[in-house]
Design a protein around this ligand. Structure first.
Ligand code: MV4
Length: 449
């Protein structure tokens, strides 16, 4: 097992990883920027190294500083968390070259799954259902036009190096595809250094359902079930739930088996997420694979009674996975509490927390790094806490979530707590009658005078 693990991250996920390392008896090293001097992950870690000024580019993204911190403290493994360098193949490579175990997939795997067109081709080749569209990237506008007319409008243009909604364009009719192709590839080149686009049939108002996978070091992959992440605002997930309330046992099994097939076909190692779109007839289509632990991993932990960070560390240390998957028990939600003002277009609301009280009680978990008097920095993303609840079924989990939100007190900054309470009281949401257009429709309704 590892002698010492450095956590190359901050905020709630750094705390989350430190907690599991402590329970495993593994000493931890935190890295922090000058703006995070008073952050809890610095306090809870056994050692802490300041790696630079507030800006992420000069600190949490600065590979030489992070590698040096690991070397001077004698850390023999690095956990990247999510965001920052978690899916940076160069970082994974430099860890390998420095003799430090990167707790995640190989550089080659990160690169392959990071090319969304290539990832699709890989999945299609082994029979995982994918969205109908181009084979790989589309070379030019002429081919795009021909393909689109074969598939039928609307179609979607996506950047091969994009993902997570970045570099996507919906094209409703042929007269718009030329302009869309030009602008999307220019944007992709600017944003990702790669202009390549691929084309897909546009799936109308899908659900966004992802499968949690863990691949062991012997090429076997396990599925820990699905999460429904359809409640998104501008591709930012607001809340997630497990299990997905519209899947039948048959579709659930087929989707899980497809995810395992895809992961084993590339001998995937570590925690990964296979993203699908589900249409109104419960057909599912692979769209992307993420090679990191995700923000929403706790809802899977709650219904599987599993520590996913522990599984990641065990696999990276070449040990057998601890828990084999089981049928999900009960129902879980995660609500992302952001320091943003829902009354002001979700504008960030950094500042000092004047008063804070977190909810508790059976089936209530709060993953957060903030505390009373903590100053929320404007330098990083606005996620300040995740409220995770578990109930015996979806209705019970909703009731418990509302009870928990009533206990939630946070003063001094605006947060998305009121927005979550509004969603939980929405009839369509409570009746499980929603898809990825839910927030858009909710916003439109609110704007109606
Ligand atoms: C799609 C889609 C419909 N048709 N692809 C890809 C990245 C992921 N975060 C969202 N993605 C989607 N890909 C095809 N062919 C719908 C989504 C989608 C979505 C798209 C626009 C606005 C919000 C969305 C929320 C979830 C899924």
């Amino acid at each position: 097992m590892f002698k010492k693990i450095l956590i190359a991250n901050r905020g709630e996920i750094a705390l989350r990883i430190i907690r599991t390392c402590k329970e495993l008896g593994i000493p931890t090293v935190a890295v922090y920027s000058e703006a995070d001097r008073d952050s809890l992950h610095v306090v809870f870690a056994d050692e802490a190294v300041c790696i630079g000024p507030a800006s992420s580019k000069e600190s949490y993204l600065k590979i030489p500083s992070i590698i040096s911190a690991a070397q001077v403290t004698g850390a023999d493994a690095i956990h990247p968390g999510y965001g920052f360098l978690a899916e940076n193949s160069e970082f994974s490579e430099i860890c390998q070259e420095s003799g430090i175990k990167f707790i995640g997939p190989s550089p080659d795997m990160i690169r392959r799954m990071g090319d969304k067109a290539f990832a699709k081709d890989t999945m299609r080749a082994v029979g995982v259902p994918v969205v109908p569209g181009s084979e790989g990237a589309v070379a030019d506008i002429k081919i795009a036009k021909r393909l689109a007319s074969e598939i039928g409008y609307p179609v979607m243009l996506k950047a091969s190096a994009g993902g997570g909604g970045k570099g996507m364009r919906i094209v409703h009719k042929e007269e718009n595809i030329e302009n869309a192709f030009q602008t999307a590839s220019t944007e992709a080149a600017a944003a990702f250094g790669n202009p390549e686009l691929y084309l897909e049939k546009y799936i109308l108002n899908p659900r966004h359902v992802e499968i949690q996978i863990v691949g062991d070091s012997r090429g076997k992959a396990y599925s820990y079930g699905e999460r429904d992440c359809s409640i998104q605002r501008r591709h930012q997930k607001l809340l997630e739930e497990a299990p997905c309330p519209i899947l039948t046992p048959e579709v659930r099994k087929k989707m899980s088996d497809a995810a395992i097939l895809g992961a084993e076909s590339v001998k995937y190692e570590g925690a990964g997420t296979i993203e699908f779109l589900v249409d109104k007839d419960l057909n599912f289509y692979f769209i992307e694979m993420n090679t990191r632990i995700q923000v929403e991993h706790p809802v899977t932990e709650m219904v599987q009674n599993l520590d996913l960070i522990k599984q990641q560390i065990l696999v990276a240390a070449g040990k057998e996975i601890e828990n084999k998957p089981r049928k999900a028990v009960g129902h879980s939600f995660e609500f992302r509490i952001n320091a943003e003002d829902p009354e002001n277009n979700f504008r960030p609301s950094p500042g000092r927390i004047k008063y804070l009280h977190f909810p508790g009680g059976f089936g209530v978990r709060v993953d957060s790094h903030v505390y009373s008097d903590y100053v929320i920095s404007p330098h990083y993303d606005s996620l300040i806490a995740k409220l995770i609840v578990w109930g015996t079924d979806r209705e019970h989990a909703i009731k418990r979530a509302l009870r928990a939100f009533d206990e939630f007190a946070i003063e001094g900054v605006k947060t998305t707590v009121p927005y979550h309470k509004m969603i939980l009281q929405n009839e369509d949401f409570r009746n499980n009658n929603y898809d990825t257009s839910f927030i858009e429709k909710l916003t439109a309704k609110k704007l109606e005078v």
